[in-house]
Design a protein around this ligand. Structure first.
Ligand SMILES: [Fe+2]
Ligand SMILES: [Fe+2]
Length: 317
């Protein structure tokens, strides 16, 4: 439960940054317009996802306290810089969204009949490296500019690439939650703890399914083909590849091998083994994402300690 609380505090911090700039009351019109090119409801979904994470974090810490357990407090590590763009509050952050390497392997993984819990490694359909997921400042991406499809100016292309990166990052974060909660639930002995983990975990899966759908719109017509002029990151037309591992509307999980290869394929969340989707794996995935870029040794020490403790829990009878 302490690791779940830590993960939710981290999620809440990143979602709040997205919400300030691109949520339904977001403060950056051009970013909101670029996000809305993925789906007109994007600002509403961003705000709702943010509310969910804040509720998860607050509930889990309150539950820990109610049971006489120590809550998780990461406030000492809210030192990373904010975006300087119109709309962002200038406060210290736990997480970095100003430059990300977004692992897109989930996109292929959920379209494949193979399962990473059987040792299979997946590659993403394209690469997002060193790309911002929120606007950096108003000089780079003016907050009042239009966001036509396709973008007409380098600054419009830059902002669209940033919004597209956010779309894929949303799905990356939430697929992590979709795998994490089952791994934690297996360890629960108390039925009430199991109920909490399964019930919050279900909402993470709901988030992932939503974002999987929206991210695909960045790599389908008419939006596909945007290149960030600063970084060179390109969002290709994945449907032009005529491959089921790329097709953008194949957003529901493909049945895959599960438990034993001698059993029939089953449509399931994957991975769900602790070593692939557990707490330590989650912190590693977030670290590789550059979500913790600039964080202190003390921060990594604390979150890894809580993660190792979580992964070592065994269900008791
Ligand atoms: Fe959450
Ligand atoms: Fe989430």
């Amino acid at each position: 439960m302490r690791f779940a609380a830590a993960a939710e505090i981290i999620e809440a911090d990143l979602w709040q940054q997205y919400n300030e700039l691109g949520g339904v009351h977001g403060g950056n019109p051009a970013y909101m317009a670029a996000l809305s090119n993925l789906d007109g409801d994007m600002p509403q979904y961003i705000s709702d996802n943010t509310d969910d994470e804040l509720s998860h974090a607050a509930f889990l810490n309150a539950y820990l306290i109610s049971k006489g357990e120590e809550p998780v407090n990461l406030d000492a590590f809210r030192n990373l810089p904010s975006s300087q763009a119109t709309g962002a509050k200038d406060i210290g952050r736990l997480t970095n969204l100003l430059k990300l390497n977004v692992d897109l392997s989930w996109y292929t993984r959920y379209r494949s009949a193979r399962n990473p819990d059987f040792g299979v490694k997946f590659k993403g359909p394209f690469t997002i490296e060193n790309e911002p997921a929120i606007p950096l400042n108003d000089y780079d991406t003016p907050p009042g500019q239009d966001q036509p499809v396709p973008p007409a100016t380098p600054q419009e292309a830059r902002m669209q690439a940033i919004a597209n990166t956010a779309g894929f990052h949303f799905a990356f974060i939430e697929q992590g939650g979709a795998s994490l909660y089952p791994t934690l639930a297996f360890k629960a002995t108390d039925p009430e703890v199991l109920r909490i983990l399964v019930s919050i975990g279900g909402v993470e899966i709901d988030h992932f399914g939503l974002w999987h759908d929206k991210a695909g719109n960045a790599v389908a017509q008419p939006l596909a083909g945007v290149t960030d002029p600063e970084t060179g990151v390109t969002f290709p037309d994945l449907n032009a590849r005529n491959s089921e591992l790329d097709q953008t509307n194949l957003i529901l999980p493909e049945p895959c091998e599960f438990i034993s290869k001698s059993l029939p394929a089953c449509s399931v969340i994957r991975p769900t083994l602790t070593k692939n989707g557990g707490a330590v794996a989650t912190i590693k995935a977030f670290t590789d994402d550059l979500l913790f870029l600039g964080q202190s040794k003390a921060f990594f020490g604390l979150v890894n300690q809580v993660a190792i403790e979580a992964d070592s829990v065994r269900r008791g009878f």
